[in-house]
Write a protein that binds this ligand. Sequence first.
Ligand SMILES: NC(=O)c1ccc[n+]([C@@H]2O[C@H](COP(=O)([O-])OP(=O)(O)OC[C@H]3O[C@@H](n4cnc5c(N)ncnc54)[C@H](O)[C@@H]3O)[C@@H](O)[C@H]2O)c1
Length: 257
Amino acid sequence: MQPTTLFDLSGKVAIVTGGGNGIGAACCRMLADFGATVVIADLKVADAQKVADEIGASGGKALAVECNVLRDEDLIGLVERTIAECGSIHVLVNNAGGGGAGKESPFEISQQQFERPFQLNVFSAWRLSQLCAPHMKAAGYGSMVNMSSMSSINKSPAISAYAASKAAINHMTANLAFDYGPVIRVNAVGPGAVRTGALASVLTPEVEKRMLAHTPLERLGEPEDIAGAVLYFAAPVSQWVSGQVLFVNGGGVQTLD
Ligand SMILES: NC(=O)c1ccc[n+]([C@@H]2O[C@H](COP(=O)([O-])OP(=O)(O)OC[C@H]3O[C@@H](n4cnc5c(N)ncnc54)[C@H](O)[C@@H]3O)[C@@H](O)[C@H]2O)c1
């Protein structure tokens, strides 16, 4: 591999779920900067369109698609539209997700509330991977990147549903690497605390101070920090890397408690 091609995504098509904001939007911009045509799938299609317009304005190629990853018909429609408009699929970033926020006390939540992070974070990623895999095989290049979290290995109060769903992502990633190899690689990125709208809803100055006390690099993450790890997994540079979880966390641990 030539040094110039290690990170080259020219001619590749990448789907990013939850690409309208936060980490997903940064992933879209980064993948487009390195040559990919990016399909930005989000519940909030106006936000996805804004990211697509920014990418277009800086010379890249992007398509915004309205998609709720909890709806099977939306996932099927996303894949069909990508093939119809972009011709193939090489990279899938299963980023849409959420839950937790330290509000999952088992004394207060129902079984349905426990199940929701699994539907959003795990089941949707499994299903979209299943739908994309045949197209990646046909294209002869495939990289799936699942968005995990440091919560998948941390131990904290009132976050058991989210944390368990992200731990499931880690093990699903390692096992699907066997099912989808050798053409398709499956990896995950586990962010620490990253400055997005989702974090802003729970971050107080006191919580931030405690987080920084346990962070060698002495700052919280920015969405671009996570996008860099996603780029690594998406690009040919990681061609012998599969089944792995890369934690991107400033070298430390940031919890809400
Ligand atoms: N921000 C953090 O500190 C942090 C830490 C660890 C892991 N993560 C993970 O990173 C991912 C992105 O988080 P973020 O902080 O960027 O969130 P965010 O709230 O900033 O952005 C999430 C995006 O996903 C979209 N979305 C939400 N539900 C959707 C659905 N059902 N279908 C399609 N799109 C949907 C939203 O509209 C939004 O555009 C999540 O999987 C999250 O669990 C975030």
